[in-house]
Design a protein around this ligand. Structure first.
Ligand SMILES: NC(=O)c1ccc[n+]([C@@H]2O[C@H](COP(=O)([O-])OP(=O)(O)OC[C@H]3O[C@@H](n4cnc5c(N)ncnc54)[C@H](OP(=O)(O)O)[C@@H]3O)[C@@H](O)[C@H]2O)c1
Length: 292
């Protein structure tokens, strides 16, 4: 089976590269070899590769910058995934794609299920929801995994930012009113690909039968404040950490260009039942990643 991984340098794509290569002939590409602002070129490249399965880890993920670049975010998160899905429909190629907890407005104050109605409150969330619609409307066989608060040791993620802040400051002020599921990119890569091995001889039929949106994120949930406390606690033996106190604060003290949903944690039971997998609790994944 020929598998095409789009976006092999991102947090998820980097880890997916290391799991997918066990399951078939893997071709992994990233920017600038593919540029999702140029949908025709992306589809041309896919045609040339002629894959049996596409795993799309490309996304425009800068939530604040998306407010200033809505057209670019829409191309990368919606238009091009829609064109890929049209290609998939025409050529009977199954598609695995990722979306976000930010399709929700955060007003439910309880875990979101796949039955809840999305209502994004920022550009990023709107473009990701539009991407979901484009894929569904194409009629292709797809799995869309909505995930949340993805982290890894790759540059830029929240865990790395906390480590850097904790090396440079004695006091950290972290919001305790934003709640989500911290999701280790490696856990996400493993859980979103392991069914491929079991179904590699009938992957098209498997996606045809199991087609749909699934919530897939770290088990349990936490505020950014609780997440930060856990990171610092697990790093307690690290002598580069200078922080002495972490002070809870509120989102309105840190205005950002994009509004964020306050409670966007996802209920992942549908995934666990369908794929017969237990998603590890976010704290266990965090400990493993920090090598504690
Ligand atoms: N990160 C989160 O907290 C989070 C939360 C919820 C859902 N998700 C979803 O989970 C999935 C994986 O996220 P992630 O954290 O792994 O994202 P990421 O680290 O930002 O990776 C995104 C990848 O897309 C590539 N990319 C961006 N613009 C591109 C373009 N114009 N053409 C081609 N490639 C482009 C990036 O390449 P460069 O590095 O070269 O730019 C990078 O390899 C995405 O669908 C995202 O929406 C993420």
């Amino acid at each position: 089976m020929k598998i095409l991984l789009l976006g092999s340098n991102g947090q998820l794509g980097y880890e997916a590269h290391r799991t997918l290569f066990c399951y078939g002939d893997l071709i992994a590409v990233d920017y600038p070899e593919i540029d999702f602002t140029k949908p025709d070129e992306v589809v041309r490249l896919i045609k040339k590769i002629n894959p049996d399965l596409i795993y799309n880890a490309v996304a425009y993920t800068d939530v604040d910058k998306a407010e200033q670049e809505p057209e670019k975010a829409m191309l990368v998160n919606s238009h091009t995934p829609g064109e890929i899905a049209n290609y998939c429909k025409k050529n009977n190629v199954p598609l695995i794609h990722f979306s976000t907890d930010y399709v929700f407005d955060g007003d439910k104050n309880a875990l979101y299920t796949e039955e809840d109605i999305p209502n994004p409150i920022n550009v990023y969330g709107k473009t990701k929801l539009d991407g979901e619609f484009a894929i569904i409307e194409s009629g292709c066989d797809y799995l869309i995994f909505r995930t949340s608060w993805v982290y890894s040791m790759r540059a830029g993620g929240f865990v790395n930012k906390v480590i850097q802040w904790a090396q440079q400051n004695e006091i950290l002020r972290i919001v305790d009113d934003q709640i989500g599921n911290p999701t280790w990119a490696r856990m996400l890569a493993i859980t979103s690909t392991s069914f491929i091995e079991k179904n590699k001889n009938n992957i098209r039929e498997f996606l045809y039968d199991n087609n749909g949106i699934f919530h897939l994120a770290g088990g349990g949930y936490a505020s950014r404040f609780e997440w930060t406390k856990a990171i610092i606690e697990y790093l307690s033996k690290d002598h580069t950490i200078n922080v002495k106190d972490i002070v809870p604060t509120k989102s309105n003290e840190f205005p950002t260009p994009a509004k964020r949903p306050l409670f966007s944690a996802l209920n992942c039971e549908k995934f666990e039942k369908k794929f017969m997998m237990k998603i590890p609790h976010w704290e266990n994944s965090l400990k493993l990643m920090l090598n504690q």
